[in-house]
Design a protein around this ligand. Structure first.
Ligand code: SME
Length: 161
């Protein structure tokens, strides 16, 4: 069952609670409806856990392009080609991208004028193929650090299990 995240005021110390809560959502994956329900809950978990976000969610790979999945925040572009934007670039390279200032990322796709910085973490399936990406946007410049990289890479591992 759902393990609520403990808020201590020092959110960095709560990474373990966050990952515990996330894995409690992922226990009973059964079909595509439940998979989407789980990702919806996890996007809400991220959005309530990490301060200073204006978008948190998933883009899922359909075999050719990324398609927006469950998220929190303003409506977003539906499709992103591999190699395009921060999401498509991280997906194509299969590596985490931290963009401290999105205005300096040449192919950044501005879904919201509020976004100033962004982190995108690829999710790979057990066989190494691309499942999708976790995408977080912030209205603050330089919002994301190694802390979010480690946290979200651990989350991506949990999701791909
Ligand atoms: N900024 C992203 C597009 C998705 S939105 O941030 C929700 C990008 O450049 O890939």
């Amino acid at each position: 069952m759902f393990a609520p995240v403990k808020r201590t005021g020092n959110y960095e110390g709560d990474a373990e609670s966050f990952l515990e809560a996330a894995s409690s959502y992922l226990e009973e994956e059964r079909d595509v409806y439940h998979e989407f329900a789980e990702l919806a809950n996890i996007s809400a978990l991220i959005y309530s856990f990490l301060p200073d976000l204006n978008w948190a969610g998933f883009y899922l790979f359909d075999g050719q392009k990324l398609v927006v999945g469950p998220f929190q925040g303003e409506p977003a572009c539906v499709e992103i080609r591999l190699g395009r934007g921060v999401c498509g670039t991280a997906a194509e390279r299969r590596e985490t991208l931290i963009v401290p200032d999105v205005s300096k990322f040449p192919s950044h796709i501005a879904c919201s004028g509020k976004s100033r910085s962004e982190i995108v973490v690829p999710i790979l399936k057990k066989d190494g193929t691309l499942y999708g990406v976790i995408d977080l946007d912030s209205p603050l410049l330089n919002r994301f650090s190694e802390y979010e990289k480690d946290l979200l890479e651990s989350l991506a591992e949990l999701i791909s299990r």
